[in-house]
Write a protein that binds this ligand. Structure first.
Ligand SMILES: N[C@@H](CCC(=O)N[C@@H](CS)C(=O)NCC(=O)O)C(=O)O
Length: 203
């Protein structure tokens, strides 16, 4: 069975739990306690030299980095719409995976980390980057139904968690109307699950 080195409150782990659930794949969640520095133990570093969660193990394969894990699961287990073959569409998905790994991670996730977990960092800088990124994504979602085009893809799942958790970064998303619509679309996906801190729009 697939194993996921996981933490309940991690947005990066949640995006993997969400996709596994959508794909109806059974998995074992192995909790990693960051407060106890379990992710810096030698045994954990032998799985991921970066010392970060999530890590996914599928038989003998070890995959780390949430974007890479989404790519792996899409290629191995999902319908092609989640990670298209066509060059133009694939490039679009990859662009937004980069936004998830860079701007959303440094901006919204960074601000949430400072406020919720007491991590070091400059809150104002993170929130400024967060707002800039939300504007880019809202513009994109005014032009098309999903982040990377007319179809849902792993780019949506990669970007969703930290945007949906924006309240915990003290960034308000109410004025981003296309993002609000997109929240409802994601929540309507068969197999959708939430995580603590995400207020669902459909309730
Ligand atoms: N780019 C990585 C980032 C992973 C990451 O930073 N995970 C956090 C939890 S959400 C972590 O393990 N932090 C521990 C640390 O950096 O010491 C990914 O997308 O998986």
């Amino acid at each position: 069975m697939i194993k996921l080195y996981d933490m309940h409150e991690s947005g990066n782990c949640y995006k993997i739990r969400l996709f596994l659930n959508i794909l109806k794949l059974e998995y074992e969640s192995i909790p990693v306690d960051l407060k106890k520095n379990e992710h810096k133990s030698n045994s954990f570093l032998s799985l991921n030299p970066r010392g970060e969660i999530p890590v996914l193990i599928d038989q003998s394969l070890i995959v780390w980095d949430s974007q890479a894990i989404l790519v792996y699961l899409a290629k191995k287990y999902a319908d092609k719409l989640w990670l298209p073959d066509i060059a133009d569409n694939l490039a679009s998905v990859m662009q937004w995976l980069s936004v998830a790994g860079e701007e959303l991670f440094s901006g919204l996730a960074g601000a949430r980390g400072i406020l919720k977990f007491g991590r070091p960092g400059n809150l104002a800088e993170c929130q400024t980057l967060a707002t800039k990124t939300l504007e880019i994504i809202d513009n994109q979602l005014h032009k098309q139904a999903w982040i990377a085009g007319s179809q849902v893809s792993i780019a949506d799942l990669a970007c969703y968690p930290y945007i949906a958790l924006a309240d915990q970064a003290q960034v308000n998303t109410d004025k981003y109307l296309a993002i609000q619509r997109w929240f409802r679309q994601i929540e309507a996906l068969p197999g959708y699950i939430s995580m603590p801190g995400i207020k669902q729009q459909n309730q």
